[in-house]
Design a protein around this ligand. Structure first.
Ligand code: NAI
Length: 272
């Protein structure tokens, strides 16, 4: 994709799932990638720098401002600049509010929403210190919201609140920084086959899982991390030079609306 090669991107949540797939896609596109995560990377991914100098991995806690600041400094030391970020670090959690401990509420909001604020704050501050490119662009920030930030889900509470917050924080940042050459967009994935989803829809959750698969109209399946990574790469690239302020569902049609089976019942589905 145009504009990714040779540029430097931070990917948070890079040890797993969507972050890991995006780091890999950006490397395939010729970018330099600074992966960051609270946890160690998987065994096949080196911690520290790789031999070619195109990949580096550092630990970060996105809820800790000094740790986020250090991550951005490390990316500048590694690549010379920060051209964009895919902020995928996040946690699942929630429950009906009358049963939800305040500590659990705070955990989910702090990682998902405050973490997004802190990462955006330090990345954007760095981008503003960098000279604009000849086309006036300085960089691209991509946040991870969710379909659960666009519509409610039973029991979602803290998670939905955190992701709804990410959607509007993203739109506000898009407005605040458009004039200074920084684009800001959110991806709202449907259910994606990652360790996070496995932790929520594990054994005993076969019923809800089947129901969720039905709501993904494309293929009645979960999304793949690579399908989110492809959209992230697009939003980080110059191909998206006129795209900002979006909360883009990548959800196989989950949020397109409901199918109550009426056309099928009336025999109007047609061939195929
Ligand atoms: P995952 O659990 O596979 O990966 C998340 C990563 O974030 C983990 O490696 C974890 O160590 C890291 N992390 C958690 N807390 C952190 C902290 N305080 N500081 C730094 N890193 C931290 O999850 P997945 O599925 O890849 O999710 C990525 C993002 O996409 C999350 O924000 C999630 O809410 C969002 N999302 C995921 C969906 C799914 O179906 N998997 C659907 C919609 C949104």
């Amino acid at each position: 994709m145009r504009g990714l090669g040779g540029r430097t991107y931070i990917v948070t949540g890079a040890a797993s799932g969507i972050g890991r797939a995006t780091a890999s896609r950006l490397l395939d596109e010729g970018a330099l990638v600074m992966g960051a995560d609270l946890h160690a990377p998987p065994d096949d991914v080196p911690e520290g720098k790789d031999e070619a100098g195109r990949w580096a991995f550092t630990r970060v806690d996105v809820t800790d401002e000094s740790s986020v600041d250090e991550m951005v400094r490390a990316a500048v030391a590694f690549g010379g600049a920060v051209d964009g970020v895919l902020h995928a670090a996040g946690v699942a959690g929630g429950g009906p509010v009358h049963l939800l401990a305040a500590t659990e509420w705070a955990r989910v909001i702090t990682v998902n929403l405050t973490g997004t604020y802190l990462v955006a704050k330090h990345v954007i501050a760095q981008m503003l210190r960098q000279p604009a490119r000849p086309d006036g662009q300085r960089g691209s920030v991509v946040t991870l919201a969710s379909i659960e930030g666009l519509e409610g889900t039973a029991g979602g509470s803290a998670y939905s609140a955190s992701k709804g917050g990410v959607v509007l924080l993203t739109k506000n940042m898009a407005i605040d920084y458009a004039g200074r050459g920084i684009r800001v967009n959110a991806i709202c994935p449907g259910f994606i086959a990652t360790p996070m989803t496995d932790s929520v829809l594990g054994p005993g959750m076969e019923g809800p899982r089947a129901d969720i698969l039905r709501e993904h109209k494309l293929g009645h399946r979960m999304g793949r991390p690579e399908e989110i990574a492809a959209v992230a790469a697009f939003l980080l690239s110059d191909e998206a030079s006129f795209v900002t302020g979006h909360a883009l569902p990548v959800d196989g049609g989950y949020t397109a609306g409901r199918d109550h089976g009426v056309t099928e019942m009336l025999g109007l589905s047609g061939p195929g």
